[in-house]
Design a protein around this ligand. Structure first.
Ligand SMILES: *Cc1c(COP(=O)(O)O)cnc(C)c1O
Length: 391
């Protein structure tokens, strides 16, 4: 009789299978500060894969605010927000974020992943239905699961399908969407999505992780980009870990919705508050975002430069106007090989493979930053031109 493998042997077989199918993931060890040039185990690399879109993760004012915050508050928050973890710094950051976004109120969460889970599960019960775009970020997919509501996923951007599904559904409804899709870089069709949500009395949660600081003249995100007002049925979630260069997240929206989440969101209630010093750092970066609009202008110049150069090389880019510029290569092996060829030229772009992206669409997810110089973007284009022939 064949013995079935032990649980541990089964895990080891799964790991072998990941290696064999080029889906095994490894971590680079960074030995210095974040920036477009980073040290990875003694090697200096030019990176095009960070979400630090404005170059704020190592901005002197942001670093100084963190240090001053730690000197004043210490390091750990000590407890959750509802116990003694909620400081003046957290509260001030919430008020400043709300004002920045033109929303009645904002609520901090310890990470964006937890914010999405807490919002969906906090607002809904199992009789509700969640509608979501098939290309939504994993945290929104998991948020729908955590809510225990029914889940309906619609093909990417297909509002006709969404409209029919909304019309056919009873009970409470919540639509989840990325504002800027994290792996494709395109925008959710908010000018049509918001009225559609309103027509069906559905809540709408827009994940602004990649829009905040980047889109709109003042960096207020997708809503500013499209000229859309705040709406009481719409919640906007944003992370502090991307363009703001720090850590943590928030949701902004209607006063009673925020108050309800404070009472009901389990990922808010049952976790330690983020350090107050981090909140101070985020306050500083929110000021830099407003005081230094040239960063956003420079970012968009680099995006245009990259897209013009890529068009000349006839690279197959997706139609993205954001810092996320994916180069679709198909198989995991092709994406890994391309990443390794760039690495051999001192350029770091990680290969993104399933299940992060759909099968057959493994890619290089190239991201641009305001901190890249025109020469550095040129170096990337040159390396892509050199390595194309070796595909
Ligand atoms: C990164 C990301 C998150 C998670 O935010 P964290 O603060 O890093 O947990 C959520 N949604 C999207 C679209 C993201 O890209």
């Amino acid at each position: 009789m064949r013995q079935s493998p032990t649980p541990l042997a089964r895990i080891q077989q799964q790991l072998e299978r990941l290696r064999a199918t080029q889906l095994y993931r490894e971590r680079a060890q960074v030995t210095g500060p974040q920036g477009v040039e980073i040290d990875v185990q003694g090697e200096r690399l030019l990176a095009f894969c960070s979400n630090d879109y404005l170059g704020l993760a190592n901005h002197p004012k942001v670093v100084a605010a963190l240090q001053a915050g730690a000197a004043h508050y210490g390091v750990g928050a000590g407890a959750s927000h509802l116990v003694v973890g909620h400081t003046y710094a957290h509260h001030a950051l919430e008020e400043e974020l709300a004002e920045f976004l033109g929303a009645p109120r904002a609520l901090l969460f310890s990470t964006g992943y937890m914010a999405n889970l807490g919002i969906a599960a906090g607002l809904l019960d199992r009789r509700a239905t969640v509608f979501e775009d098939k290309l939504n970020h994993a945290s929104l997919i998991d948020a729908a699961r955590a809510s225990q509501a029914r889940v309906q996923r619609y093909p990417h951007g297909d509002l006709a399908r969404l409209g029919r599904a909304l019309a056919a559904s009873r009970g409470e409804k919540l639509i989840l969407t990325d504002g800027v899709f994290s792996m494709d870089g395109d925008l959710a069709p908010l000018p049509r999505l918001i009225p559609m949500a309103a027509q069906h009395s559905a809540f709408l949660l827009v994940d602004e992780a990649h829009a905040l600081g980047v889109l709109g003249a003042q960096g207020r995100g997708s809503f500013e980009h499209f000229g859309l007002p705040a709406d009481p049925m719409v919640l906007r979630m944003g992370t502090l870990g991307k363009a703001l260069g720090t850590f943590g997240a928030f949701v902004a929206g209607d006063d009673s919705l925020i108050e309800y989440l404070i009472q009901r969101a389990r990922t808010y209630i049952y976790t330690t508050a983020l350090p107050a010093a981090v909140a101070e750092a985020a306050r500083a970066s929110l000021r830099v975002i407003q005081d230094e609009p040239w960063r956003r202008a420079q970012l968009h110049e680099r995006i245009d430069q990259f897209r013009r150069g890529a068009a000349q090389l006839e690279l197959r880019l997706l139609p993205s106007e954001t810092p996320i510029q994916p180069l679709i290569l198909g198989t995991p092996a092709a994406a890994l090989a391309a990443s390794q060829r760039l690495r051999a030229r001192g350029i770091l772009v990680s290969a993104i493979r399933p299940p992060t992206v759909p099968p057959g669409s493994a890619r290089l997810r190239i991201t641009l930053s305001a901190a890249h110089s025109a020469q550095q973007v040129e170096r990337l284009l040159q390396a892509l031109a050199d390595t194309q022939g070796l595909a």
